[in-house]
Design a binder for this molecule. Structure first.
Ligand code: SF4
Ligand code: SF4
Length: 61
């Protein structure tokens, strides 16, 4: 599953945009847009986020 953003937690600091190796994350005013087709599920955005607003759901199988 591609990364997901929790808008309730997100501070829109842009930290995750900077670390994403494939530029899958975009900041549009007060919305984080993740290009699911680009995301390689590397977890960098999850690790860098200071408030835990990024998550990657584990694959079921
Ligand atoms: S690093 Fe976290 S708080 Fe900052 S923009 Fe990304 S999801 Fe939001
Ligand atoms: S998991 Fe990796 S590739 Fe996907 S949006 Fe986050 S930093 Fe980018």
């Amino acid at each position: 599953m591609p990364a997901k953003n929790d808008p309730q937690k997100c501070l829109y600091c842009a930290g995750c945009l900077i670390v994403c190796p494939v530029a899958a994350i975009e900041l549009a005013e007060t919305r984080i847009i993740i290009d699911e087709a680009k995301c390689i599920e590397c977890g960098a955005c999850v690790r860098v986020c200071p408030v835990g607003a990024m998550s990657i759901a584990k694959k079921v199988s």
